[in-house]
Design a protein around this ligand. Sequence first.
Ligand code: AMP
Ligand code: GLY
Length: 427
Amino acid sequence: MKIMVVGGGGREHAIIKSLKKNKDITEIYALPGNGGITKDATCVNIGAKDIPAITDFAIKNSIDFAVVAPDDPLVLGAVDALEEKGIPCFGPEKKAAIIEGSKVFSKNLMKKYNIPTAQYEVFSKAEDAIKYLETAEIPIVVKADGLALGKGVIIANTRDEAISAVKEIMENKMFGDSGNNIVIEEFLTGPEVSVLCFTDGKCVKPMVSSMDHKRALDNDEGLNTGGMGTIAPNPYYTEDIARVCMDTIFIPTINAMNSENRTFKGCLYFGLMLTPKGPKVIEYNCRFGDPETQVVLPLLESDLLTIMKACRNGTLEDTEVKFANKNAACVVMASEGYPKSYKSGFQIKVDPDFAGELYIAGAKLEDDKILTAGGRVLGVVATGETLKGAIDNAYNEVKKVSFDNAFYRKDIGKRALSKEENTIYGL
Ligand code: AMP
Ligand code: GLY
């Protein structure tokens, strides 16, 4: 079987490594992949947003199944284009990917179907938003409607910050057309949980829960990033809370999308906050999370390709989705300076006794050497019988990977290990 994975980061590397366990797969192509993935897939220099070229490649190479991983091609309709040409895909169609592509859509969906989320207002004019902010409760959250590389959310601690966020997004267009409309919403507090769910549009099978670490520096300081590390499972996500989420969030969301004639098939990512008033949706993503996938898929015991096909074919109910009763931790090694400017082109060296999993996100291959070529360079992943064991193992493996100008957070999983926050929500 020939498989094509659209995308080229650490998430795609984790998907590829997991798919490779299926012995029926003879070839995996990554479009575009990256220099660090070449050992595990044939990387093809086609951008993840170039839908005509992706479709053309799939037809010419008789691809049997395609996985579209990133948000952009999903929101642009890559799955529709491939399926139209007879290539079966894992991932939602364009009309369902809007659940991530438009925050105005997703907030209105939640309101209409009573799915718990932060209170909000939508604005299409900066002056109306600014007027609203004059009396709104602070802190408050300002969000661009469309995709913004994960940077479209501004938490304003003062009224002035909120007003300048509105001006930056709506008048200065810092996120381009993604900021034509904005959502202003209530600031929520509580531990955050990411739950990635497989769904065929009828049944929902959640994967093991996880926790992302979005800020660049230890103690959740510094700028927001694409994610500096993850742990799974998330200890705050107890069985009781999981049941509440299934009943009040996951199933209602799948049903809501069906009612809107936007059946969602693929991986639906629920970004949740466990507030004192119960779990609420912070965001939906129409895809696997990055770097959540890097800790979730190593714990998957069932065959990923079989599950992905079941999501596409509507047979998920009868398909096993089983996770190991273990823990995983991912420490992202980034280039010093990220998420602002940084230098690249340094050789990535890995000790021969490296015993973790390496998922490479930003690298290029030059004369048989793998060189850094991005802000987030790679994720080091290890598993363990306990969360502490997994975290210790991951940090131990990090010592065996090096490149000039590397930096990483030293406290991935620390918050998860401390149970302090358990007292602030009453479920
Ligand atoms: P997003 O880009 O939607 O994942 O949001 C980035 C981060 O902003 C989330 O992971 C939360 O930590 C935070 N955030 C988003 N919405 C809210 C909210 N309503 N209240 C508090 N924090 C929020
Ligand atoms: N880790 C958050 C995301 O994938 O959007």
